[in-house]
Design a protein around this ligand. Sequence first.
Ligand code: PLP
Length: 395
Amino acid sequence: MAGSRRPGRNFLFVPGPTNIPERVQRAMIVPSEDHRSSAFPELTLPLFEETKKVFKSREGQIFLFPATGTGAWEAALTNTLSPGDRVLAPRYGQFSTLWIDLARRVGLDVEIQDEEWGTGANPERIEEALRADREHRIKAVLVVHNETTTGVTSDIGAVRKAIDAANHPAMLYVDGVSAIGSIDFRADEWRVDCAITGSQKGLMLPAGLGLVCVSKRALEAAKTAECRRVYFDFNDQAKANATGYFPYTPALPMLYGLREALACVEDEGLENVFARHRRLADGTRAAVKAWGLTLCAKDPKWHSDTVSAVMVPEGINGAEIIDIAYRRYNLALGAGLSQVAGKLFRIGHIGDLNELMLLGALAGVEMAMQDAGIRITPGSGVAAATEHFRNTREG
Ligand code: PLP
């Protein structure tokens, strides 16, 4: 009879939660301590400053909520907008859909711009909508930087240019949940008013922190915004954070973990982290091409460096590949969500990983695809990825 133990490591290749580096795991094993002690700000005040670096922000203020990306979405909207305010939101995947749903449920009036799944935010259409809004009823533009459902990255710099070209005062809110800490993100340069992420992706931590980097303008808006919020109130948080405290009991191990995760990023170098993600993503894309398959992303300009969504051939259920990979090979892949359920599987290449880890996952994908009835040349994807890695260097 088969035993219950699965020897060796689980290969975690979902696009979040991601692998937690051992030094970060160790840093999180801490005894409880008094979060009102006079020493506590020695942890928190430098941590707020360090966290800003992954957002590339000097101007912004960081809020760390015991939440996830969804909580950070809600915090950004409810703190800075009032019921009935109009927001413009492109929709091109499950996460942009969910953010729009949340915006509606907190009372906002959402002007949706539907884009084909596999593409992303369209700066021309955004500019057009803003130009048409002569009365400036649109208060904010909400964009998902990296749509994790489809493996599509949108050009946030171009969205900023579109807002400026329309000469429109709308604020810019960006969901960077599967981008920040892995794909270049420039909160100050792009004048992002609320930049949002969660701890379990590029930051290589467990889920449990919702992070928002807030511009001066958005903080000002929080003084008069009327959407209801209590726990997530920026004003309460800012007051307590100013001296290194929280308005409630903070999740201490997460704060220690964050400090260590940021030290990992600093040790590797943020730009090197981006380059590593690009290289691993390129290796994955080389494998997909060698298998004769395609990505959900319609064009290379949409390619995501943190997740590849691989379309499965007609007649094959992507969910079966994922289940085989998990049960037979101890490999976790991301599922197709909503309108792409069954049509694709996702390979997350985000967080703390290297070439050989990824090659192991690609080998597992090949086996699972063959087991599910997809005819590929065995070893073709792995070979293409190894060639890419051998012929390119980091940095
Ligand atoms: N936004 C994006 C782009 C995501 O990928 C996710 C989760 O995967 C979320 C938002 C929701 O974040 P959370 O699950 O941390 O609430």
